[in-house]
Design a protein around this ligand. Structure first.
Ligand SMILES: [Zn+2]
Length: 424
């Protein structure tokens, strides 16, 4: 299958320059010049469009869109343990499939082409990715006390079973191990999961230093900060994604500047649950690798990476009282290239010959993007996300002229409404 995107503006080119992108199979086979032997099966008119790498949402819980706008304006502990967990426990796997599909729809519609997920229903996430064409790094959320804890071991076994299922499915999915947090996993369990990850060369994905309470409790229980605790457990010897990192000591900043460690910041969720602001500008100054995530639709309440980019740059400029931090260019890089590296995917987050063809087109003729001085500023500061017109994942068109190609939109709305009726 060969796709030519004609006369399109590339985000990294001079403002008025336009070119053609050639896609063969799942990758970009040429830019500007038609590759030899190119077979043109489909042409997309890129006039009035800007092409950029698809956005990468490095932290979410896709099935949780079923709880969007269900529990708002309540404190964190009440939100999680009294409102969200009881619903989670009552969901069937079919419910979770529709929750995953709804999230994937929202992400595709707003230009996200990959996401990193912590799931209770990994199989349904795999299925939703297979059906929609979406790409994901999936982790089964792991909670447990130690190797003798039956529930914890069962969840680990499930994680590996689901991985086998996922590998056989042909979907664009990879797997990592996802111990939920230091307050839901005992030390022995974390050590066990860490060992498994090292043994099998798997990545790790965990929530860390999200709340003041978590930070204080860790100091009391372990005599060190959450970051120091993971370092002590040897978790930074594996490729690891740390969601949040809002509460950090000066020493923590030093420990996080490690080539294996990727901090995933979630500004909307941190603000909405009143957990504060991650010091992302300082992280970047310290050489820490930072990617961006939305967290779940239950705590954000959107899975829109354009909105998230805007919140990231605005909050950092405001909190640091420094207009120079988190430029539009840096913010876009965090949401694309840094996300790709956090997923361990060198081939994503960039538009060049040989890259995997995960890319999006933006409709330049949108009132909020005019006049056209600086497209990067327009995308970081003015865009809503709904200017995205076309989305390709692995060379497959999944959104064309704002229409879903792989998803039956009405069916998803219907199913999700049926599920929500049970909780009203
Ligand atoms: Zn989370």
């Amino acid at each position: 299958m060969g796709i030519q995107i004609k006369n399109v503006h590339l985000l990294d080119s001079p403002e008025n320059e336009r070119t053609d992108i050639y896609i063969t199979g799942d990758h970009i086979s040429g830019i500007g010049k038609e590759p030899r032997g190119f077979s043109k099966d489909e042409v997309i008119d890129g006039s009035g469009r800007t092409a950029m790498p698809g956005l990468i949402n490095c932290h979410t819980h896709a099935y949780m869109s079923l709880m969007r706008n269900y529990a708002d304006d309540v404190p964190f502990a009440e939100w999680l343990f009294e409102r969200i967990t009881p619903i989670e426990d009552s969901l069937s796997s079919e419910d979770a499939y529709w929750g995953n599909m709804l999230s994937i729809m929202e992400m595709i519609r707003t230009g996200t082409t990959s996401f990193v997920d912590m799931q209770m229903f990994p199989r349904m996430c795999v299925k939703a990715c297979a059906d929609s064409g979406m790409r994901a790094l999936i982790t089964r959320g792991l909670v447990g006390e130690g190797p003798g804890d039956e529930g914890g071991i069962r969840r680990l076994r499930e994680a590996f079973d689901e991985m086998e299922y996922g590998k056989a499915s042909g979907a664009n999915v990879e797997f990592a191990l996802g111990p939920h947090a230091i307050y839901t996993c005992g030390e022995a369990y974390l050590r066990h999961v860490t060992e498994l990850a090292r043994e099998k060369g798997m990545k790790l994905n965990i929530h860390l230093a999200e709340t003041e309470k978590e930070y204080r409790d860790c100091l009391e229980e372990h005599g060190c900060t959450p970051v120091e605790y993971l370092e002590r457990l040897g978790m930074f010897k594996s490729h690891i994604l740390l969601a949040h990192c809002v509460r950090l000591s000066d020493h923590d900043f030093e420990l996080l500047a490690n080539p294996n460690v990727f901090v995933v910041t979630n500004p909307a969720s941190n603000m909405k649950l009143a957990n504060g602001f991650a010091q992302v500008a300082k992280m970047l100054e310290c050489g820490i690798q930072v990617a961006l995530g939305t967290d779940s639709a239950a705590s954000n309440n959107a899975l829109n990476m354009f909105r998230e980019m805007n919140l990231l740059t605005m909050t950092q400029k405001g909190a640091r009282e420094d207009a120079l931090v988190l430029s539009a260019e840096e913010t876009l890089k965090i949401a694309t290239r840094n996300g790709a590296l956090a997923m361990g995917r060198e081939d994503l987050g960039t538009l060049k010959t040989g890259s995997t063809a995960d890319l999006i087109l933006i409709d330049e003729k949108s009132p909020n993007l005019m006049p056209r001085y600086n497209m990067k500023a327009a995308l970081a500061y003015s865009a809503s996300g709904y200017e995205v017109s076309d989305v390709l994942i692995g060379g497959r068109i999944v959104l064309r002229d704002r229409n879903f190609i792989t998803i039956d939109e009405e069916q998803v709305y219907y199913q999700v409404s049926q599920i929500a009726d049970r909780y009203k």
